[in-house]
Design a protein around this ligand. Structure first.
Ligand SMILES: [Zn+2]
Length: 90
């Protein structure tokens, strides 16, 4: 039995327990990772793929109902897909 809150990944749409996802909120118009930040939250799986997808689809803006700046350094939060020596370019 679990009564953990379920949230939806903004990247792939998967539903998962809140604690297994990465939470973001807008702080002064900047997307900021943090479990305890005030305001609306948006979630992704702990996969860089989901972060990139959510960013490409502007899902962060949509969920947070505002335009947020997304620092590329946020991708460092996602250590699962550690790619040594190869940078992804846009
Ligand atoms: Zn996902």
């Amino acid at each position: 039995m679990t009564d953990a809150p379920i949230r939806t990944c903004a990247g792939c749409g998967r539903k998962a327990p809140q604690r297994s996802l990465v939470r973001f909120a807008a702080q002064n118009g900047v997307l900021t990772a943090g479990r305890t930040l005030p305001g609306r939250g948006v979630y992704t799986c702990r996969r860089l793929q989901c972060f990139e997808r959510a960013r490409a689809r502007r899902a962060f803006n949509r969920v947070l109902r505002q335009t947020v700046k997304i620092d590329p350094a946020l991708s460092r939060l996602y250590t699962d897909t550690d790619i040594h020596g190869s940078r992804q370019t846009e």
